[in-house]
Design a protein around this ligand. Structure first.
Ligand code: PMV
Length: 351
């Protein structure tokens, strides 16, 4: 426990795109995933969070909303947005023993209307800024574990740069510790934190994102995790995963996009197969999603190594090598269903 006086702090954390997806939780409240996941940390899509002590005041959550062409405004966050942010603030306040209120201002480098999920980067940035503001000295693994507890499990991966794995198993010593001291925050039923597999400079992969719909997704990923266990196909996917994880690790190690790509696409399709067969079903794809899949397959038929993946939404991430990026971006921009193209690539992690 620290007795440091709180101070102003800020942090920037990147978004990440999962090659092997986190979908389904063993314990949703504590974000203990059903399966390990592997992601690439992005570079351009980042969230920034500023935290300031408010002596004598009440906690405040504000959002910096980008409006395009560099213009932005700051507004009070809605209760739905502020709820998990305040819960995470309270979690860290209890852990540190720091007292007093805070103003939290959070925003993204990409327009909020772009239709891109920002919970991983947002909660990673919030965790880093709050830890710093309250004088909590943690290792990267401990920060990753703390970010996971925010409610966005994938935030655990955004604490690291490059290629990152988030294991699903609960390490024995932590399981024992949490059984021995159930209320103790350090031991609270934890799964392992995420860990880096390779640095960003190991492999320069690009992510060309085709936005086909900017609206917020109709069903949250949290609800998707909850419903996943109702799909008859969940067990089949979990059986396939050890082999897929091994292939993705090997593809990253050997920088082999031909090995990575087909697994990437299988994983994206399986997540949506499970979502569509959950009770009640969730349909994230839209016609434009399939239009991009077709375009990617056509590019491959022409010899370009490009592969798609999709998170819980309709927008498509196309993973390719630097030499293919321009062609992929032009092709996506030419599709009638694509509203906007964002170019990103592997990044170094938070600052
Ligand atoms: O971190 P959450 O609870 O928002 O879930 C992330 C779910 C996916 O983005 C669809 C997959 C992943 O591993 O990032």
């Amino acid at each position: 426990m620290t007795h440091t006086a709180p101070r102003a702090a800020s942090a920037t954390a990147p978004s990440n795109i999962a090659f092997v997806k986190y979908w389904g939780a063993r314990d949703l409240e504590r974000a203990v995933p059903l399966n390990p996941s592997i992601s690439m940390t992005l570079s351009a899509c980042v969230s920034r969070c500023e935290v300031q002590p408010l002596p004598g005041g009440e906690d405040e959550v504000l959002r910096r909303v980008q409006q395009g062409r560099g213009a932005e405004r700051t507004e009070r966050a809605s209760p739905a947005f502020a709820g998990p942010v305040l819960a995470h603030l309270e979690r860290i306040r209890r852990r540190t023993g720091v007292e007093g209120a805070f103003r939290i201002v959070t925003g993204n480098s990409f327009p909020d209307s772009a239709g891109l999920a920002s919970s991983a980067s947002g909660f990673a940035a919030l965790t880093l800024a709050l830890a710093r503001a309250m004088g909590l000295r943690l290792t990267a693994a401990e920060l990753s574990d703390l970010a996971r507890r925010s409610g966005s499990g994938s935030a655990a991966r955004s604490v690291f740069g490059g290629y990152v794995e988030w294991p699903a198993e609960q390490p024995e010593e932590l399981a024992e510790a949490s059984a021995a001291a159930p209320g103790c925050p350090a031991a609270e039923g934890s799964s392992a934190a995420a860990r880096p597999l390779a640095r960003a400079d190991h492999w320069d992969l690009r992510d060309v994102i085709g936005i086909v719909n900017r609206s917020p997704k109709p069903v949250s990923s949290r609800e998707g995790h909850r419903r996943a266990v109702t799909s008859p196909y969940l067990g089949r996917r979990l059986e396939k995963l050890p082999e897929r994880l091994a292939r993705v690790r090997e593809a990253i190690e050997r920088r082999d996009i031909g090995l990575l790509g087909p697994t990437l696409e299988e994983e994206a399709v399986d997540l949506h197969l499970i979502a569509m067969s959950s009770r009640p079903p969730i349909f994230y794809w839209q016609p434009g999603t399939l239009e991009i899949f077709d375009a990617v397959r056509a590019l491959r038929a022409d010899g370009l190594a490009a592969y798609f993946t999709v998170d819980a939404g309709p927008n498509v991430h196309v993973i390719c090598l630097p030499e293919g990026e321009e062609t992929v971006a032009m092709r996506l921009a030419g599709l009638s269903a694509v509203e906007r193209v964002i170019r990103d690539g592997v990044g170094d992690g938070p600052s």
